[in-house]
Write a protein that binds this ligand. Structure first.
Ligand SMILES: [Ca+2]
Ligand SMILES: [Ca+2]
Length: 191
C-alpha cells in the first residue's frame, strides 16, 4: 500500500468518507447539510417542538433560499416550522435554535397576525403551488418538520481537514519516511 499520492488527495478522500458516513437516522431524509423528518400526524406548534426535541432535534430552521427550496420540494401539507413571534416584541421573530432571522420567505400580505393571535409560522401553498411562510394560531394542529442541523458535523470535517493538512505538510517537510506520513495523516481522525 502506498500513500505517495498528491499532497492533499489522501486527506481529502478521508474527509469525504467521514462526511458521507454522517448519515441520517432511519426515517429521516438527508437534504443538503441537515436531516429532516416530516411528521405524519398533526400537533399544535408547541407540542410539535416538544416532539422534535424528544427526537434530539428542533422544528426546522430555514435560514437560506437553498434550504427553503430543498424543503419546499418535499413538503406536502401545511407544516409548522421553527419560527415564532418574540413574546417580548410583537414585531420580532425568533428561531427555536436562536439562529439569526436574516432570511425570510413570507407570503404576500404576511405576517398579518390575523385576529391578533398568530404567533407561529407554517409552510403554506400559494395558488401557484409555491411554498411560502404564514403566521398562524399556534394552537392549530398541523403536520410539522423536525431538523437535525448538519452544521456541527460540517464544522467538524473542516477542522479535521485543516489539522490533517497541517500534520501532513509538517511531516512531509521533515520526514520522507512513509510510515511517519501514514501515522500523522491518520492521527487527526482518531482524536
Ligand atoms: Ca436549517
Ligand atoms: Ca397569517
Amino acid at each position: 500500500m502506498t500513500f505517495r499520492l498528491h499532497q492533499y488527495s489522501y486527506s481529502e478522500t478521508l474527509c469525504k468518507l467521514t462526511y458521507i458516513s454522517a448519515t441520517c437516522p432511519q426515517s429521516w431524509i438527508h437534504l443538503r447539510d441537515s436531516c429532516y423528518r416530516f411528521s405524519d400526524k398533526a400537533l399544535a406548534w408547541r407540542q410539535a417542538q416538544f416532539h422534535c426535541e424528544a427526537l434530539g432535534s428542533n422544528l426546522a430552521v430555514v435560514t437560506s433560499q437553498a434550504e427553503q427550496q430543498a424543503l419546499a420540494s418535499n413538503v406536502k401539507h401545511l407544516t409548522w416550522i421553527g419560527l415564532y413571534r418574540d413574546p417580548k416584541s410583537g414585531s420580532r421573530w425568533l428561531w427555536v435554535d436562536e439562529s439569526l432571522v436574516a432570511y425570510t420567505n413570507w407570503y404576500t400580505g404576511e405576517p398579518n397576525d390575523s385576529g391578533g393571535a398568530e404567533d407561529c409560522v407554517e409552510f403554506l401553498f400559494t395558488p401557484h403551488h409555491e411554498v411560502k411562510w404564514n403566521d398562524k394560531n399556534c394552537n392549530r394542529p398541523l403536520r410539522y418538520v423536525c431538523e437535525i442541523s448538519g452544521k456541527k458535523e460540517h464544522d467538524f470535517v473542516l477542522i479535521l481537514r485543516y489539522f490533517t493538512k497541517l500534520f501532513y505538510c509538517y511531516f512531509r517537510r521533515f520526514s520522507s519516511q512513509s510510515q511517519s506520513l501514514l501515522l500523522f495523516c491518520i492521527l487527526p481522525f482518531l482524536m
